[in-house]
Design a protein around this ligand. Structure first.
Ligand code: SAH
Ligand code: DHB
Ligand code: MG
Length: 222
């Protein structure tokens, strides 16, 4: 058992539970045409983000790391029409592709993309005294996970949910001595969630079309 079974089962899950969706498929096609790396969440994971947002009745979502906006669109579609996703992206080309995808999806009015280093955009959001976000999805440069989690705490409220992608990394998260900054970022995210008294958290290992990885999910409790 390994990657090929995981992929086949993920395909089965998608076939049964994630109906074909021309908009989402065209986003992945546009991303591939533009040469973006295929590191978006999987269809089943996108639907998980979407369902979690609906389950908590999210109206304001913060996403750190847009890429071509595949996860952004899953999240935006979970919101009421007056809802908003704020998504942060460093790479101007990724941002351009994402904006065009949001237009094509008819969701441009529900999504605000801020281009530049996420830490700068987060500082700006803090200075603007932005209303708290109901859900924060952290999926950008992993070495900054700890900084992003600190900002997520400042920009959320009791009851908000914080999700951090890629915290398992083929099991490399076990390696306490390694120097891979991505793995250090994964470990830092789990440690922060463990130690922050205002968070209650777990992590779920995932296998599927994207290989072996996982999400950490936290509830802001106070
Ligand atoms: N959430 C997307 C995938 C994001 S991939 C999806 O599932 O569809 C990670 C993205 O984070 C890349 O587009 C990368 O350019 C962006 N990124 C990397 N460093 C960043 C930074 N410092 N600030 C903002 N975005 C960053
Ligand atoms: C990879 C996957 C991701 O979900 C991500 O955010 C960054 C990188 C990867 O598989 O390399
Ligand atoms: Mg990711």
């Amino acid at each position: 058992m390994g990657q090929s079974v995981w992929k086949s089962v993920d395909d089965l899950i998608a076939e049964k539970l994630v109906p074909p969706d021309p908009v989402l498929e065209s986003i992945l096609a546009a991303n591939a045409d533009a040469g973006l790396p295929a590191i978006d969440v999987s269809p089943a994971q996108g639907k998980l983000l979407h369902l979690l947002a609906r389950m908590i009745g999210a109206k304001r979502v913060l996403e750190i790391g847009t890429l071509g906006g595949y996860s952004t669109v899953w999240l935006a579609r979970a919101l009421p029409t007056e809802g908003k996703v704020m998504t942060l992206e460093l790479d101007p080309q990724h941002a351009e592709v994402a904006r065009s995808n949001f237009e094509a999806a008819g969701l441009a009015d529900r999504i605000e993309l801020r281009e530049g280093p996420a830490l700068k955009s987060l500082e700006a959001l803090g200075a603007e005294k932005a209303e708290p976000f109901d859900l924060v999805f952290i999926d950008a440069d992993k070495p900054n996970n700890l900084n992003y989690l600190r900002w997520a705490m400042r920009l959320s409220r009791p009851g908000s949910v914080i999700i951090c992608d890629n915290v398992i990394r083929d099991g490399a998260v076990l390696d306490a001595r390694g120097r891979d900054p991505n793995v250090e970022g994964a470990r830092a995210a789990l440690s922060f969630m463990a130690e922050e008294p205002r968070l209650d958290a777990t992590a779920i290992q995932t296998v599927g079309v994207k290989g072996y990885d996982g999400f950490a999910i936290a509830l802001v409790t106070q």
